[in-house]
Ligand binder design. Structure first.
Ligand SMILES: CC(C)(COP(=O)(O)OP(=O)(O)OC[C@H]1O[C@@H](n2cnc3c(N)ncnc32)[C@H](O)[C@@H]1OP(=O)(O)O)[C@@H](O)C(=O)NCCC(=O)NCCS
Length: 214
């Protein structure tokens, strides 16, 4: 399924998250044959228009996923994709992911803004209590964007993939809903998550101010 439209005004950036249309698919394909974009994702092979049209159709009908394309103000085209997956987990978890496929938009606060909207939606509309994600160790920008909204690295998997002749470790992260802590941790929040939960509280308060459903 595709996500409802929202606008996030964050640190001078205005970013729209909206559903995909079929017209967006060729733009995605154009950028999805780049190792620069996929260096730290799970992608290893280029996608064709046919593959991505199938993805669009499959995703459209998938009740377990909520996907948006990302379009910042000032861009005629969408520049990325972000999603919440496993949204029907009976344990109120979900997983999250993001790819900004147009690298000219990297480092401009787009992921940080998108994460605010995505996280607020996970909490306020999907009743998620926790969000999981993972990041390749060298992908500092991705880790920082996630930590900025309250995700915590809880563990690191050694040599989990090979990229460009080097074996990379993968960090695993968890975001915890500050008001649902007692459900997962009735005996108290483990120290490792304290800072993240504080940040999550701040991020949700900020998101309430900066996210607008259109
Ligand atoms: C990783 C990615 C999502 C980051 O998105 P972005 O919009 O460039 O990130 P932001 O501009 O919001 O920056 C997030 C944080 O990383 C920092 N950052 C940005 N680029 C950086 C870089 N090259 N090196 C180190 N830190 C960087 C920012 O300063 C910011 O930190 P702060 O919150 O402490 O200020 C984007 O580069 C991308 O899609 N890459 C390709 C696909 C990918 O790797 N997806 C993630 C898989 S886990």
């Amino acid at each position: 399924m595709y996500g409802m439209r929202m606008k996030i005004n964050h640190n001078g950036q205005s970013v729209i998250l909206r559903r995909f249309t079929k017209n967006d698919i060729p733009i995605l394909v154009e950028h999805f044959d780049s190792m620069k974009i996929h260096m730290y994702t799970k992608g290893l092979f280029a996608q064709t228009l046919e593959n991505e049209e199938e993805w669009y159709e499959k995703n459209r009908k998938n009740p377990d996923s909520c996907t948006w394309t990302i379009q910042p103000e000032g861009s005629e085209y969408p520049i990325g994709v972000t999603s919440l997956d496993n949204i029907t987990s009976r344990y109120n978890f979900c997983t999250s992911g993001i790819i900004i496929w147009d690298s000219t938009w990297w480092g401009k606060g787009i992921a940080s803004a998108a994460h605010l909207g995505r996280t607020l939606f996970a909490v306020e509309w999907l009743n998620r209590f926790a969000i999981r994600s993972s990041v390749r160790e060298p992908n500092v920008a991705s880790r920082r964007a996630l930590e900025g909204v309250g995700y915590t690295v809880w563990g690191t998997e050694p040599i989990s993939t090979e990229r460009c002749g080097e074996f990379l470790n993968t960090h695993h992260l968890l975001w915890l809903h500050p008001k649902r802590i007692n459900i997962y941790y009735p005996n108290g929040l483990p120290e490792i998550f304290r800072n993240g939960v504080k940040k999550a509280e701040e991020a949700l308060a900020l998101a309430k101010l900066e996210v607008e459903y259109l």
